[in-house]
Design a binder for this molecule. Structure first.
Ligand SMILES: [Ca+2]
Ligand SMILES: [Ca+2]
Length: 455
């Protein structure tokens, strides 16, 4: 509800105020693919060329997508007969680890050409694998496989040539839902952070067992664990509170906290945008999509939100800075952060540069009248007395005024989707001016940030 009110507020502001601060960044969709019944996504360098591949699991099949100049293409398909893949990790070139559904196992494969050869597997976990991470918890110099199951158990496996050996399992009185690995005490080994509904616990491997370094019961229901900054542990609760705890060398102490209804996003990851922590996750208002919220002690600030793409099921932050987003519509998207004024314009099939960059206000786009005039070869006149602009082309004349949606086309009243405005001596009109006033074709795709114009 509050979000809807905020949105209405923003829309009103953008109508009345031409100088509304634009956000500093946006995400642009660089690739999207439909994968019926997609069960999981992952990434990693399978080929050993230091360029990560994207992996998409659909039950028994994993599709491996590799980078092209500015997109992705299907490199190969792996068949894993009889296995339902619920989680994928790349352990190194040619080495794939999958978590499975049903009785739940962790299985390691080696890629030989386009074939997969199983080399190791765990015992049954008796619950589907929900999440899998790699981290060196024990200080052997090799990563362990850390697994969270649907029923709420956490398992730590060491790998050797004979198989996967479980070295720790959570005691299991209360189902765990949250999992994080991070080296807080700076000894080069990761700590294991687990959370159930009520408590968070930081565990450390010492003398062949896991010991509790810190345990805390934040007020409310725990819904997220994040590594915020290098020594900070952030806890999110269902009551829309964020607690930031800082490792002081001995224990975690509450550094700051905030309460903000915008914390209610789905499947969030904590990344960095403009060198500031930001959540990237899903929201369903005003429509299901993916958004970016900068987080600081003062609260959350929504700086970008996509068009409707479906309910976000998972977000992965890639080393390249991109975000891999899986939705409930069986579509996987790759989004890249770009400056807020990033755009492409295609005019009659050719990519062109405009004199003045278009101005975007929450999904709506304005373009300078000067640019339209160049593209459509218009003549323009400014009437100082009535503060109106007359646009002429052959027998067509259009009269418009800043700050009103009403325009006149050959003597007939028409309404634009938003008001034209003047900013730094440049007149901007909403892009539907091209259609309503000039009878041309115009389309703005805010996913790819591409504006299509055709006379
Ligand atoms: Ca690669
Ligand atoms: Ca450590």
């Amino acid at each position: 509800m509050l979000r809807a009110l905020l949105l209405v507020g923003l829309l009103l502001m953008s109508t009345f105020s031409a100088t509304l601060e634009a956000s500093s960044m946006a995400l642009v969709e660089t690739w999207a693919g439909r994968f019926p019944d997609v069960t999981s996504v992952g990434w990693g360098d399978l080929t050993g060329d230091e360029q990560e591949e994207i992996l998409v699991a659909q039950g028994e099949r994993i599709r491996v997508l590799s980078r092209t100049k500015d997109s992705l293409e299907l490199a190969w398909e792996l068949e894993l007969p009889g296995i339902s893949v619920t989680s994928i990790c790349v352990a190194g070139p040619g080495r794939l680890i999958v978590g499975t559904g049903q009785a739940g196992t962790v299985r390691c494969f080696r890629l030989v050409g386009s074939q997969t050869v199983e080399v190791q597997r765990s015992d049954y976990l008796w619950s589907p694998v929900k999440k899998m991470l790699f981290a060196d918890l024990t200080g052997t110099g090799h990563d362990e496989v850390v697994v969270l199951t649907e029923k709420g158990s956490v398992h730590v496996f060491q790998q050797d040539e004979n198989g996967l050996h479980q070295v720790w399992v959570s005691p299991g009185e209360i189902p765990l839902q949250l999992l994080l690995v991070a080296d807080y005490d700076g000894d080069g080994r990761s700590e294991l952070v687990v959370g159930d509904e009520n408590a968070v616990e930081v565990l450390k491997w010492e003398d062949g067992q896991m010991i509790t370094l810190w345990k805390n019961y934040p007020w409310g229901q725990l819904t997220g664990l994040f590594q915020g900054g290098d020594k900070e542990l952030w806890l999110r609760t269902g009551q829309d509170v964020l607690y930031a705890y800082r490792w002081n060398g001995e224990t975690f102490v509450l550094s700051w906290s905030l309460s903000d209804p915008l914390l209610n996003m789905e499947a969030p990851v904590l990344g960095r945008i403009d060198n500031q922590p930001a959540f990237i996750g899903g929201a369903t208002l005003p429509h299901p999509g993916v958004g970016v919220w900068k987080a600081s002690k003062g609260g959350l600030e929504e700086i970008w939100f996509s068009g409707p793409i479906g309910v976000v099921k998972s977000v992965l932050h890639l080393p390249s800075g991109e975000f891999l987003v899986m939705t409930d519509r069986d579509v996987v998207h790759l989004w890249r952060p770009v400056p807020a004024d990033f755009y492409r314009v295609v005019f009659v099939g050719q990519q062109i540069q405009l004199l003045h960059p278009p101005v975007e206000r929450r999904g709506a786009l304005w373009i300078s009248l000067r640019d339209i005039s160049e593209l459509f070869r218009l003549t323009m006149a400014w009437d100082r007395e009535t503060k109106s602009i007359t646009v002429l082309k052959g027998s067509l004349y259009v009269i418009l005024k800043p700050d009103t949606e009403l325009i006149e086309v050959n003597g007939q009243s028409r309404i634009l989707s938003a008001s034209p405005f003047i900013q730094k001596d440049v007149t901007y009109v909403p892009i539907d001016f091209i259609r309503v006033a000039l009878g041309g074709f115009v389309d703005w795709n805010d996913r790819t940030r591409t504006l299509w114009i055709q006379p």
